[in-house]
Design a binder for this molecule. Structure first.
Ligand SMILES: [Zn+2]
Length: 265
């Protein structure tokens, strides 16, 4: 377990974080997190549920053992302990059933995907730590994309171009949460879809998509196309396996996103 501290293990409802990468919310938390091999974190709201310490599981939330999906998380924890040779490159993807159920309950059935020409994007079973983003949050990507990003950023830097990660992997829960909060405030699905991607259809769920910025430039603005960073990416990103997903006038009708790059190798 300690041998793989820089991998995030993903299950449908709970993530298994390396303790050292989580922000402590209290002094008691800080003591536990510094000793934890893994912290079980609820995806729905980021709440810490329990920590795996050398002496056993420590509760960080009442009734954590009764959380939905906790069995899958504890199974994953067990297999990490017993399977020393965990291979992140071959770790696969999670099933889509739970996502499809939640989308149905929001009134977003498969006709939405057909209409915009996008398919549902599964989440990976494991993600690799790819450094920190602009906001000092851990950046998670698939192992392949993480290696490619780190290489690309290093070479760009050596040529005087600073690339910053704005956002990488995002879970279905995260995007569903945005939707459900807006619905609860009285917005309609149609209104929300004019501003937010439909949950389940974002390339960010795959762990292969990356929003890129550069210092002094606001994140996710079209003006990114006027930066030296964008010029460098246009000339070099493809050699590292990254393609711009949403150029001008793309067939999905998605707005031009010069900052959004997808690792496609
Ligand atoms: Zn993006």
């Amino acid at each position: 377990m300690r041998g793989q501290p820089r991998i995030l293990i993903n299950t449908p409802d709970v993530e298994l974080w390396p303790g050292g990468l989580l922000r402590a919310r209290s002094n008691a938390d800080a003591r536990v997190l510094s000793r934890a091999g893994r912290v079980l974190r609820r995806k729905r709201d980021g709440r810490y549920l329990a920590a795996a310490l050398p002496e056993g599981m420590l509760s960080l939330s009442p009734r954590w053992a009764h959380e939905p999906g906790i069995e899958a998380a504890l199974d994953a924890l067990d297999s990490l302990r017993t399977d020393r040779g965990f291979d992140i490159d071959a770790s696969g993807e999670l099933p889509l059933e739970q996502l499809i159920e939640r989308l149905d309950s929001l009134g977003l059935d498969e006709s939405y995907g057909e209409k915009v020409g996008l398919g549902l994007v599964p989440e990976p079973v494991a993600l690799a730590f790819a450094g920190f983003d602009r906001y000092r949050r851990p950046l998670w990507l698939t192992a392949h994309a993480a290696r490619a990003w780190e290489g690309m950023r290093r070479i760009a830097g050596s040529e005087g171009v600073v690339l910053e990660a704005i956002s990488g992997y995002r879970s279905h829960h995260y995007q569903l949460g945005i939707f459900e909060r807006k619905l609860a405030r009285g917005q309609t699905v149609e209104q929300i879809l004019t501003v937010n991607a439909a949950p389940g259809y974002s390339e960010h769920h795959s762990g292969n998509a990356l929003d890129i910025g550069t210092p002094g430039e606001a994140p996710a603005e079209e003006s990114f196309e006027n930066t030296a960073a964008f010029a460098w990416l246009t000339a070099n990103a493809e050699a590292f396996g990254f393609l711009m997903s949403y150029p001008r006038d793309n067939p999905h009708g998605i707005v031009y996103e010069p900052w959004h790059w997808y690792y496609a190798r």
